[in-house]
Design a protein around this ligand. Structure first.
Ligand code: MN
Length: 224
């Protein structure tokens, strides 16, 4: 057994900067677009948002070639607007949420859908379906606030698979930060994946995946 290990904080790229953004926690919102809620078999009424997490070290930069994950035959893409917090708090009022935002990016909430489906049926946790290594590719962070409206898309080898609109989010970014901060203290370094529009589907080995969000640099990955 060696000495005490040294750990490094995971980071993501910042657009037009050589500095990098340190990641504390990753929170994800489930079913935040009505068309995706329907395709997953649930009723998209305005029930409060629910949250799950991914480990911070699941982040991976755009432009990378990724290992196809183990233990799945159904790797799914979910393109999402990602919010990066530069400040935090508890019980944040939605009208105060914008002051906590450092920037935004486009991310992929990669999902082992077969494991998630089995977990849902058995009433088991989603961790191994959502929180596997390299499950959170993220494009460079753009400083400032995301647009309230605009396109969110995902293409595989140039063919569009997801095409949605930020204005169709059931809960706004400010509302999400408000709800989340009633469950846990949010803090600088937190990333929030804000949900995906309809059109989620499988990624195969060798395919190139590109996600876009209005105003952000794209995220591009390819799977070995
Ligand atoms: Mn998602």
């Amino acid at each position: 057994m060696g000495g005490i290990p040294t750990l490094t904080v995971p980071t993501i790229a910042i657009a037009e900067s050589s500095a990098r953004f340190p990641v504390r926690r990753i929170f994800c919102v489930g079913r935040n677009y009505a068309d995706h809620a329907r395709e997953m078999g649930s009723d998209p009424e305005r029930e409060p948002p629910f949250f799950f997490g991914k480990p911070a070290d699941t982040v991976v930069d755009s432009g990378r070639c990724l290992r196809f994950p183990s233990q799945t035959t159904e790797l799914h893409h979910e393109v999402e607007l990602v919010i990066a917090l530069g400040g935090g708090g508890v019980d944040v009022r939605p009208e105060d949420a914008a002051s906590l935002i450092f920037g935004f990016a486009v991310g992929l909430d990669l999902t082992r859908r077969d494991l998630q489906t089995a977990a849902k049926k058995a009433g088991r946790p989603w961790d191994m379906a959502k929180g596997f290594d390299q499950s959170a590719p993220i494009g460079p962070l753009r400083r400032g606030l995301p647009a309230a409206a605009g396109a969110i898309t995902l293409a595989i080898d140039g063919n569009v698979r997801q095409s949605g609109h930020l204005e169709d989010m059931i809960w706004s970014v400010a509302d999400i930060i408000g709800f989340l901060s009633t469950y846990v203290a949010v803090a600088a370094g937190d990333l929030i994946f804000t949900g995906t529009p309809a059109g989620v589907g499988p990624i195969l080995r060798g395919e190139r995946v590109r996600g876009t969000v209005a105003g952000a640099e794209p995220v591009d990955v390819i799977f070995e």
